[in-house]
Design a protein around this ligand. Sequence first.
Ligand code: GDP
Length: 304
Amino acid sequence: ESLDKGLEKSKTSFLDKLGKAVAGKSKVDDDVLDNLEEVLVSSDVGVNTTLKVIDRIEARVARDKYLGTDELNAILREEIAALLSETNTGNAVDFELPESNVPYVIMVVGVNGVGKTTTIGKMAYQFKKAGKKVVLGAADTFRAAAIDQLQIWADRTEVPIVRQEMGSDPASVAFDTLQSAVTQNADVVIIDTAGRLHNKVNLMNELTKVKRVMQKVIPNAPHDVLLVLDGSTGQNAFEQAKQFTAATEVTSLAVTKLDGTAKGGVVIGISDQFQIPVKYIGVGEGMEDLQVFNKFEFVDSFFK
Ligand code: GDP
């Protein structure tokens, strides 16, 4: 129910638009397809993924000769679920971790303001609730506020944090954090990193160095590079995904702020275009407002 609540505005809006796209039409024709294309693009599904969806529907129209607009909703659901299935294989329901990597190291990347710190705090809360021992690492040393914000979440969730002062070497913080996690027998380590995008080479160098130094403590760390994107920023989120995937190997996504916005389409487009699974979605500012992504629930909510 909370996912429904969180995505309420996006689904209303998408369905409204879809309704308008087929208004007065009983069959799917070129006009309807044009309208549908607009609806998908304006819902932030992204141009590439939109064209893919339109192509598939066109192919069905060509094959079946006739497609009623009353069937469009169901067919769209099928096609979108199919796209999400290519990357989001699991039907995850909780905050479990693979037992093969202990501690499990998650390096979190993303631009400032997208909800990175909040997402880390929510993850810490959920993992702890699931009985895991969590350690946080404040390797976004560029902004004092970033360290302070993470400290607030560490206090709130009663999870240990490793930090140094502002301006210190992020790789050194990451190293300390992993060492501390190993000593404490932690189950999961979540490392915050700086989110400056002003220079791609700098970003790449910094992330590469943080990774390399982590590997001195745990050879196959990080086990997950989680990119946090703000789901309410549409094209910006696509652009950030492009930049971060160019700078480092991103292995999963968290999409935030899917409450109170009409931008759930970003989840579909980015997951498809970059072939990266969405692991979490943020649906509010509170500790509990993080959900493990479930593609079936997502599609249901998007279309309800
Ligand atoms: P950071 O700079 O990326 O670390 O961003 P923060 O974690 O500080 O978050 C920026 C703002 O977005 C804060 O006001 C958060 O409360 C808010 N925020 C983060 N995630 C969500 C979410 O899922 N929904 C809503 N509504 N707000 C969020």
